[in-house]
Design a protein around this ligand. Structure first.
Ligand code: REL
Ligand code: ZN
Length: 414
């Protein structure tokens, strides 16, 4: 029997609310990675999105802010963005969604009261709670082998099936001189001019770290002016090392393009901006390496339509997420609608980019609602043609969008 409009709504909300998510890009780590895993109300308030918004109201030098303790910074952010102004920006609202979903009295505005819970709960218990509350099955991490602290944890080894590795190559690709120095220290026979064994040794490094991290993909964030092919160390390493290693392992190479790093360095992590990227780099890679798989997210709104069109041309291209400055309700709605119209069910609508564990709750709660509303419109339009849609089919599609498409893309071999 065909579903009528009210039933479509119910079936979609049920499916989207209950689906267990694979979050394909985060900055989270397992509890065994110690201080690298950020969590709790003070970290939530210190999110760099909120730092940027706070600085718009403050006149103090940036250094004075950075000299404060985390708690003092959180107090100042809370006062500036939540007490002296109404907190309806997406990042502010997110903090309140979190408090609300975890059962705090948001109306009390009692930051000290909220802190008491976070000071008393154990991290392991809290991680379990967040995964359960957020209906999160897996999160993919961002694993930088050039970060000494992180490297130490990998060399010790760890097991937590909920956290999947992703080998992040920003240092290798965007800062070859530093990467080369470190590779040498670690015993790889490399030289900055790529002579001798350098290419083979970089490949060995990639293979070893893919294995150690059981990485589901390799990834890099790239500036807005990234071009490919490129006569540069980065172009060379991508062509001669990353692509062949990724192809042999049948793993995607994830490209995140469009950042203007450190547009305002005084803001630290909050100081990055956005620029429109050149889609030709993505088109070239997909066309010239049909046996490689590419996951791509672009930071600029202006690039979204051409990315969806490129994905229609190349089955080895998987668009994913509404990244960073796009992770706002109006833009998620617009982008998800457009992608659905051009690509049907065959894309990954969202990732959280969570830097603080708690953010899994609000980012996914907000995105679930928006994606569900888009789907309701799409199934309603379908039913008007006389097409019969069942709750099972809705569930099937939703499972693909929130995780299945990612896992099956990993399996595909072109
Ligand atoms: O993975 C990235 O490069 C970015 O997502 C981050 O650098 C960025 O700061 C992040 O917090 C955005 O959401
Ligand atoms: Zn990220």
């Amino acid at each position: 029997m065909n579903l009528i409009e009210g039933e479509i709504k119910k079936a979609v909300y049920d499916a989207v609310e209950t689906v267990e998510i694979t979050d394909v890009h985060t900055h989270l780590y397992p509890p065994s990675f110690g201080k690298m895993l950020l969590w709790g109300i003070d970290e939530l308030l210190n999110y760099h999105y909120l730092v940027a918004e706070t600085m718009r109201w403050l006149d103090i030098p940036y250094e004075d802010f950075w000299a404060m303790s985390k708690r003092q910074q959180a107090d100042l952010i809370w006062k500036t963005l939540f007490i002296d102004n109404s907190p309806y920006s997406e990042a502010c609202r997110g903090v309140l969604t979190n408090l609300h979903k975890l059962g705090f009295d948001v109306a009390s505005r009692d930051l000290e009261g909220y802190r008491k819970y976070f000071d008393s709960v154990s991290l392991e218990e809290y991680v379990d709670r967040i995964f359960k509350e957020g209906r999160i099955k897996y999160v993919v991490m961002t694993n930088d082998p050039f970060n000494e602290e992180e490297r130490g944890y990998w060399l010790k080894g760890y097991k937590d099936a909920r956290f999947k590795g992703a080998l992040r190559l920003d240092v290798l690709l965007n800062n070859w001189p530093d990467a080369c120095t470190k590779l040498k220290q670690w015993g790889y026979v490399v030289s900055e001019d790529f002579s001798g064994e350098t290419i083979a040794e970089i490949r060995r490094f990639l293979r070893e770290w893919m294995d150690r991290m059981e990485a589901v993909y390799m990834a890099v964030s790239l500036p807005w002016d990234f071009v490919y092919p490129e006569d540069s160390p980065r172009g060379r390493i991508i062509e001669e090392c990353v692509l062949p290693v990724a192809r042999d392992a049948n793993k995607p190479f994830a490209l995140m393009i469009g950042v203007k790093r450190q547009l305002n360095p005084g803001l630290k992590d909050a100081g990055d901006g956005v620029g429109k990227a050149d889609i030709r780099a993505v088109e070239y890679l997909c066309a010239h390496y049909p046996h490689n798989k590419f996951m791509v997210t672009l930071l600029s709104r202006e690039n979204q339509h051409e990315l969806a069109v490129a994905a229609r041309k190349f089955r080895n291209l998987m668009p994913f997420g509404c990244w960073w400055f796009l992770n706002n309700p109006s833009l998620i709605d617009e982008i998800t609608r457009m992608r659905s119209e051009l690509l049907g069910v065959s894309f990954i609508p969202q990732h959280s980019d969570a830097r603080v564990l708690d953010q899994l709750i609000y980012k996914w709660s907000h995105s679930r609602k928006i994606i569900a509303d888009v789907l309701i419109d799409k199934y309603t339009d379908l039913s008007k043609t006389g097409w019969v849609i069942t709750p099972q089919e809705i569930k099937r599609d939703v499972e693909k969008l929130f995780g299945g498409n990612f896992w099956s893309f990993l399996e595909r071999k072109f």
